[in-house]
Design a binder for this molecule. Sequence first.
Ligand code: FES
Ligand SMILES: [Fe+2]
Length: 368
Amino acid sequence: MQTHEKPSQSNDETGSSAVAPTGKFLRNTWYPILWSSDLAADQLIGRTVLEEPIVFFRKDDGAPAAIADMCPHRFAPLHLGKRKPGDRIRCLYHGLEFDATGACAFNPHGDGRIPHNSTVASYPMIEKHKILWLWMGHRTPDPALIPDFSIFDTDDAGALTKFDYITIAANYELVTDNLMDLSHTAFLHEGLLGTEFSVRGELTVTQDGNAVIVSRYNRNTPVAKVHDLIFRQDGQPCDTWDSIRWDAPGCFVLDVGVHAPGATKAEGSGLYAVHLLTPETATSTHYNFSAVRQGMANGQKPSPEISKQIGDMRRDIFLNQDAMIIEAQQENIRRFPERTKRPALFSTDAGPARQRRVLNALLAADAD
Ligand code: FES
Ligand SMILES: [Fe+2]
């Protein structure tokens, strides 16, 4: 079911108290932690997720696995160890071996008895749409809860930008606010992803189940660099669209594109830009991103060179513009927790406010 909401200029309707970061993590959900291509057969990758250290590896049959990244003997990180046959990891320090269920499967010392209290936590994982998904909840994991990222199920490597990754030293909800309110592209990314005219398009906020979608169309505006790059490369004004969909807890697909003034989307050229957020700690976020070309105008084929330029440009922008300002924002919130509880809101905050309401409802149901 879709419901539509027109944004309002009023603080009351966007509800400033509802947009403060919840400071909580959803547990019974899938977290997109790694790209499939990040994890090779014998590799061990340690990452903290929801404040828990976890080591990621592939079992002998290639399926992904995740167990706690801390040996119960002397607490060495297991990701420093070695991948051994039988789905095992051998601790680097004194050689205990752990299997994919988290059980200690081998003790090279003394009579080989398995010590008490030597089982570590293990976490379900699924590999889907070239993404490795992690479940940290107490309920039975439901694969149907994984959002649809079938846009990545393409063999056309030229249509894809790099499967990329950065970390941001801020709570993932601040990054979520950044993505749910793309009006910032006009200012923070001026000339690159938007222009000062990009904020003129009328905003709509819709809901599809628990997904929230924020959409906008801009008519006959000066062209920003990314729109020019994927379309005519002539610097002429154009119409642009952007529509970002959020699925809990931190999965975003931005349908963005460009066409000649007065033309239609079918005559345009665009991208599906994907952003996947997973909380590392309360003040840091794993940020995986990539993009897939769509709607190539004039029968063009995706160009690997242009896809590379788009990927490089997005990495540079996310690191040097988005991460820069979000980290500065997080620092102000850390220094002034009381003063930053009630933000001054305006019309473009309708998307983040709706998203936060849905997240709050999901968090309330999460502990059941
Ligand atoms: S710390 Fe792992 S075996 Fe000693
Ligand atoms: Fe941005």
